[in-house]
Design a protein around this ligand. Structure first.
Ligand code: HDD
Length: 710
């Protein structure tokens, strides 16, 4: 670790202590031999046998009087709470948020966004939307990206997604949408999938969802990692500055590692091979010190420009194209601590879009308005009315309100008044100049009716913009994804009608899908394609500045007789570049090196070939060694490993006899070393300078350095 890194690590550990310190009050760390007690604190002598009548050889009835047995069963019976009605499956971590300077003070007086001397503790929870708590991580779905900022002025929650738009414009449609996307009512099928009649039926009849459907069917729907996703607040919020001026704002998180996805075949397989892939990935990275990091950016529009665009800036099915409203990076979010216990932290954390702090406010975005009601309401049914007192949810600043009682109240307020006004001036309302929250005084003029604004009626310009902006291979993935999903819809009404929506986006797209899924192939475009593109929609626009292998998982395939000297050098180089290496061998035990190499009992393999799959790794390295290479070639499992990784365009490095093995397996003559570059534009395998470029990122420098060492 460099000096700078160790300072940063010490600093981040130190600075996230305000909330972590607060949580310590409730953390229990049992030590060996600590006694077992009942929940009322009495030491327990036997927790294995229910109190019963016995004559030594036969058991008689168990006794109801056994308080210890009863307590154990009572507690067990009530372990489950209702899972979240959406976003039930998730993983969370602690961290911190910092702004670079006070540049956002022209928009807001909120210290969390303007005071660079502050480090605000955060808790972030990532999630999938459709599946239940036990569903798989890598399903095609939108990912939730919700962050609680424990600010000095109270908790501020950004409850966002990895996609910048939403399926519907008005909150009143949310129950319809969720019913349609969730498992169908008659058979509770499918789990963790949008590939079914009801979802596509709904989105086919609700064209405002077209934009979000395009994003969800793109590679964004199958992220490689939570750490490699963007985050978006999605809704339009507002910022208020010290002069009382208001701006509309969109919030963005941009991952340091770039935006990367799995390919669909990987996602499908990992769903079975390791359903916890994303939550393990998050913990693995944090525990290895590769702290996930995002730039925090805002897009702002002054109040006077609200109507200056051909879309409504309060419509959550629209982005604000960067060419019209540039992004300003103002801070960063870092996650640096895994949870100690899943349930009290990740499961009990509860977010509310309505939780904002002074200097940040709402807009009239009709989706946001409904969300502001829904979240508090759902937390009450999930966690009870006093959910904000739970350790993970309580603010780090003082809390004093006249709200009292209710189930599971924790706080004890030592006072004889619980109302305002009171003779003691306790719990007094605070004027704005002392930090009291004040709503912006907004002039309103309109007629009360059930309707949406005029610009809310246009649904296809931005899906077109998105489609046009994708790289060629991203378009191929998108077409394949829609075809996969529609192929799972049995009702022809459903899959045929969705072609009409697609034809309003792009003629070629609609034709390609129609041919594959037996839809009606259109003969002319539903509307002309405006041909425009925008930055920041293709994932290619988010490659890290320097290609990096930090936190990438690399499988080293070895069998007896491998070149351990070379392998250790390559592994050391990869590890020092902060990749995570796993040695995979024929057994989880010591593997013998080639003759003449003195390695004691050999090198220990972390896993055996049957226990892991290539899909769980980002790259493979096959060392040299004659006997080892011959044995690898005889193993069907290993051959499949390598072919599968090659098919997924993963970087594969090989040396010496490892190259011969590789050449035979993938049948590419004349290649000495496989080193990837981050060439996303092409699905082709290109050879140059004894090197194959493919894959998503580069392990070239680390491998070449290692080979020089070897
Ligand atoms: Fe929502 C959970 C994101 C629209 C109602 N939502 C939830 C979570 C995320 C989002 C990330 C999980 C939070 C966590 O980790 O605990 N939701 C969004 C985004 C939306 C959106 C980005 C569109 C901009 N949601 C939305 C609407 C409604 C809801 C329109 C209702 C009118 N959402 C809920 C909920 C949930 C929820 C029912 C379920 C569990 C929870 O709140 O805490 O209230």
């Amino acid at each position: 670790m460099s000096f700078g890194e160790s300072v940063e690590k010490a600093f981040t550990t130190m600075t996230s202590t305000r909330k972590i310190g607060d949580l310590q009050r409730d953390i229990q760390e049992p030590r060996p031999n600590d006694p077992l007690t009942t929940d009322h604190g009495v030491k327990v002598s036997d927790t294995d046998n229910w109190l019963r009548i016995t004559n030594g050889s036969h058991n008689g009835p168990s006794l109801l009087e056994d308080q210890i047995g009863r307590e154990k069963i009572h507690r067990f019976d009530h372990e489950r709470i209702p899972e979240r009605v959406v976003h039930a499956r998730g993983a969370g971590a602690h961290g911190y948020f910092k702004v670079f300077d006070d540049r956002a003070s022209k928009y807001t007086f909120a210290p969390v966004l303007t005071d660079s001397s502050r480090t605000t503790p955060v808790f972030t929870r990532f999630s999938t939307v459709q599946g239940s708590r036990g569903s798989a991580d890598t399903v095609r779905d939108v990912r939730g990206f919700a962050t609680k900022f424990y600010t000095e002025e109270g908790n501020w929650d950004i409850v966002g997604n990895d996609i910048p738009v939403f399926f519907i414009q008005d909150a009143i449609k949310f129950p319809d949408f969720v019913h349609a996307v969730k498992p169908e009512p008659h058979n509770e099928v499918p789990q963790g999938q949008t590939a079914h009649n009801n979802f596509w039926d709904f989105v086919g009849l609700q064209p405002e969802s077209a934009h979000m459907v395009m994003w969800a069917m793109s590679d964004r729907g199958v992220p490689r990692s939570f750490r490699m996703m963007q985050g978006f607040g999605v809704n339009t919020f507002t910022l208020l500055n010290a002069s009382g001026e208001r701006h509309f704002v969109k919030f963005h998180f941009i991952p340091e590692l770039g935006v990367h996805s799995l390919v669909w075949d990987e996602a499908l397989k990992i769903g079975g091979q390791d359903p916890d892939f994303h939550r393990k990935d998050l913990n693995e990275a944090i525990e290895n010190g590769a702290y996930p990091k995002w730039k925090f950016a805002i897009q702002t529009i002054s109040q006077s420009k609200e109507h200056a665009f051909d879309f409504d800036i309060l419509d959550a099915t629209k982005i604000w194209p960067q060419e019209l409203v540039p992004l300003e990076e103002i801070g960063e979010l870092v996650l640096n601590r895994v949870v100690d216990e899943f349930f009290p932290e990740t499961e009990q954390v509860a977010f509310c879009t309505s939780h904002v702090v002074p200097g940040i406010g709402f807009s009239d975005d009709p989706l946001l308005q409904g969300r502001n009601f829904s979240y508090f309401d759902t937390q009450v049914s999930r966690l009870g009315i006093n959910w904000e007192e739970l350790p993970i949810n309580r603010p780090v600043c003082p809390v004093l309100s006249h709200n009292r009682d209710g189930k599971s109240r924790h706080r004890i307020v030592k006072s004889d008044v619980n109302y305002w006004p009171n003779r003691k001036n306790e719990g007094r309302p605070v004027p704005p100049e002392e930090g009291g929250y004040v709503e912006y005084a907004q002039r309103l003029d309109g007629i009360k009716k059930r309707a949406r604004g005029e610009k809310f009626q246009e649904h296809f310009n931005q899906p077109q913009l998105f489609y046009n902006s994708l790289a060629a291979y991203e378009k191929v993935h998108l077409v394949n994804a829609i075809c996969f999903e529609l192929s799972h819809c049995e009702d022809p009404v459903v899959y045929k009608s969705y072609i009409d929506i697609l034809n309003n986006i792009d003629f070629d797209l609609a034709k390609a899908v129609a041919i594959k899924v037996n839809g009606e192939v259109p003969t002319k475009p539903g509307r002309p394609n405006h041909g425009k593109k925008s930055k920041g929609l293709s994932q290619l626009d988010f490659l890290p500045k320097e290609p990096t292998i930090v936190s990438r998982r690399i499988a080293i395939l070895i069998t007896d007789g491998f070149n351990a000297v070379e392998m250790q050098a390559v592994r050391a180089a990869l590890t020092s570049a902060k990749a995570v290496c796993y040695v995979i061998g024929p057994r989880r035990n010591f593997i013998r090196p080639m003759s003449g190499q003195d390695f004691g009992r050999g090198v220990f393999a972390d896993h055996h070939f049957e226990g892991q799959r290539s899909t769980l790794f980002d790259a493979i390295y096959i060392p040299s060694g004659e006997e080892h290479a011959k044995t690898l070639a005889k193993s069907g499992r290993v051959v499949h490993w390598v072919r599968e990784a090659f098919g997924h365009l993963k970087p594969i490095a090989a040396v010496g006899e490892g190259v011969d093995f590789l050449r035979n397996v993938v049948r590419l003559p004349g290649v000495d070393l496989f080193v990837p570059s981050h060439n996303h534009d092409s699905d082709e395998v290109v050879t140059s300078y004894g090197v194959i470029t493919t894959g998503k990122y580069s392990i070239s420098s680390a491998v070449t350095d290692a080979l020089q060492i070897a």
